[in-house]
Design a binder for this molecule. Structure first.
Ligand SMILES: NC(=O)c1ccc[n+]([C@@H]2O[C@H](COP(=O)([O-])OP(=O)(O)OC[C@H]3O[C@@H](n4cnc5c(N)ncnc54)[C@H](OP(=O)(O)O)[C@@H]3O)[C@@H](O)[C@H]2O)c1
Length: 335
């Protein structure tokens, strides 16, 4: 049995993670943290888990957490996450970090986009990006994995093979995303209040969304060429799911079947990437760890359409996939 702890257990990604880990045959959940006072019982925070796990959420020291957990999942916001993660690592646990703290490849870019001091700057650029379909070998042996952002997941999975094989241009890539409201977390914010977001679709972070450097750095790393992505997300009135449309220019003369064949071949052994003939929809991937991808011709461009569940393949499902690789279990266990 692998003993597991969850930091920030009151949030949405933590709830999804708990549901997945509770059906993992090799996991014992031992530690849940929250800054809330009075050690709330898990059932009072997540009533749907009543009777499933008899634990209280506590504000624990990193050493106490590490003493009870071989693996710690950090579901904290950026900056708060790295501040704790570095101490949990020092105390001997392996960590899967949900925040953006270790995803970017250089400190300067982190400071530019996240505007904070980084609590653990030495590790930046040395942590594998937790997309198992692209980085499984590095993830297996890592003590710390940077779980991907929810928005970049499907577009990166669609773009990486096509860029690697020289089928599309690395510039003029436009990603348009439609995102469910849980992507903003459970912590209350004005934009995600029901009267603000219901019956309305609203763009956000236009030209300055923090996932932009993540797209560019990870795709540049994977394909060994400078990749430039324009990214615009839109908040849509659904609880969960992300639909992405990625417009690309072909390199040379290409057709849809060539791009589809390339994706099929690349993901032939990847259980969670489905190359589909139909148009993806967030309903098809809801509460699953699948990423559905397809390609269509749109005049002189191709559109790569992708769908994931932001809380599963975009967060906790990917984290469990990474956990399985790190601890030698079948990649699909509990998923
Ligand atoms: N939501 C998604 O779809 C998604 C997808 C991919 C990645 N992520 C990333 O995953 C992480 C968690 O996201 P989430 O959606 O689960 O967020 P959330 O629902 O807002 O939960 C975050 C939890 O972190 C704790 N927390 C907040 N500020 C803190 C601080 N300054 N210090 C210590 N603890 C703090 C809170 O617990 P207490 O208040 O009880 O202490 C809160 O429950 C974030 O880094 C997010 O960017 C989210």
């Amino acid at each position: 049995m692998i003993q597991v702890g969850i930091l920030g257990a009151t949030g949405y990604t933590a709830l999804e993670l708990l549901k997945l880990l509770l059906r993992h045959p090799e996991v014992e959940i031992t530690t849940l943290t929250s800054r809330q006072e009075d050690r709330p019982h898990l059932a009072s925070i997540h009533p749907e888990l009543t009777g499933r796990l008899n634990l209280h959420l506590e504000n624990l020291a990193p050493q106490t957490i590490a003493a009870k957990a071989d693996c710690v999942f950090s579901c904290l916001p950026h900056a708060a996450s790295a501040a704790l993660v570095k101490q949990v690592l020092a105390a001997g646990s392996r960590v899967i970090d949900f925040s953006a703290d270790y995803r970017l490849q250089d400190l300067e870019t982190y400071l530019k986009w996240y505007g904070d001091e980084h609590p653990d700057p030495e590790r930046i650029g040395h942590v594998p990006y937790g997309l198992p379909e692209l980085f499984a070998d590095k993830i297996r042996s890592a003590d710390l994995v940077a779980n991907p952002g929810c928005n970049p997941t499907a577009p990166i999975l669609g773009l990486a093979p096509l860029l690697k094989q020289g089928l599309i241009q690395p510039y003029d890539i436009i990603v348009d995303a439609k995102c469910g409201v849980s992507g903003a977390g459970r912590t209350p914010k004005m934009a995600t209040l029901f009267p603000e977001c219901n019956e309305s679709v609203t763009p956000y972070g236009v030209g300055q969304h923090r996932h932009t450097p993540e797209f560019n750095q990870i795709l540049t790393q994977v394909t060994q060429q400078a990749v430039d992505v324009l990214f615009t997300p839109h908040l849509v009135p659904m609880s969960r799911g992300i639909l992405t449309t990625t417009y690309v220019l072909p390199q040379g003369t290409r057709d849809v079947s060539e791009l589809m064949s390339s994706l099929r071949a690349f993901y032939a052994d990847c259980p969670f990437v489905r190359i589909v003939e139909h148009l993806p929809s967030t309903k098809h991937t809801l509460e699953t760890n699948f990423c559905d991808l397809t390609v269509r011709q749109v005049r002189n461009r191709f559109a790569i359409l992708g769908s994931i569940d932001n809380l599963c393949k975009g967060a906790s499902g990917a984290a469990v996939q990474n956990f399985n690789l790190m601890f030698g279990f079948d990649e699909t266990t509990a998923l």
